[in-house]
Design a protein around this ligand. Sequence first.
Ligand code: HEM
Length: 306
Amino acid sequence: MLENNNRSYIRYSWFLMGMVFLVILAGGVVRMTQSGMGCPDWPKCFGMWIPPTDASQLPADFEKYLSKQDIDHSFNVFHTWIEYINRLLGALLGVFILGYLVWTVRKFWSTNKKLVGIAFLLLVAVAIQGYLGKVVVDENLSVVKITIHMIGALVIAALPLININWLSPNKFKVDGLIRHGTTIMIIVLLVQIILGTQVREEIDMISKSLAYEQRELWINRLGNIFVIHRSFSWIVLLGCMGLFIKGRSIMGFASHIRNIVLVLISIILLGIIMAYLNMPAIAQPLHLLLASALLMQLFYTRLKME
Ligand code: HEM
């Protein structure tokens, strides 16, 4: 039986992971609505801690900020507030993680330093991520940094799972093939996510060159990386199906791998929708969110193996 106060600690760890997903989703909404440069400076927004709700409240030197924007060079309250809420969520996550570290130190310092180590790493990772957020803004959302930023978010989401696993008693008994197969699939999926991020970077350039309009032209202008990303899905799908077939009768593992396959199919469907239905904006953050969730599912399943 789990100790009662371990249970609330575990619940909080899940909550943290959920918060990371919310921040990833908020980032996706920022991009979907082209609000990235809604706050041209960082950490403030138009030099203010609480951004304007009307153009009349802009500071006298507002041109200085607007000149950093990549498209319209005008104040758009909708973009500004979407970007600002995204930042607030990020900052809130930082505060929750600081609270997590304090809680972990007080609770486990004398009994389980591994948990403290992970909570500390989490704080370091979120600090680096916040710094990268600034660099991304400074360099007008430069593309390589966006990929690193994405990987950082995945690391932050994954760390609480390590602590959850250390405190959870139920594990799966699986053979070496499934264990190694799952590890390989985590690596394969990471490669697919990085490929996807490259496609996203191309989409960013294409959409910008078309003033974020004419969505029907975006996919056709993509280069080889899109074909590689699309075809690579087969490897991910076949690998996960293989794990499903091999492990479908293993207690505990079976339901995990079934959910993994279902999420994977949804991601692929969203990809197909983007490719054949002129990139509906809503599919973009969903594709990203589910891809991140899939990686976490695989990682957690691997952690639970004995
Ligand atoms: C294993 C399956 C897949 C995974 C894990 C995956 C993952 C990803 C990820 C992580 C991104 C980056 C999203 C972002 O940074 O916002 C992405 C982008 C993209 N993927 Fe996939 N993907 C998969 C399959 C597919 C398929 C089958 C297609 C099309 C047939 C597709 C089309 C796209 C497109 C068009 C983008 C650019 C989206 C954007 O600009 O928002 N993906 N993918």
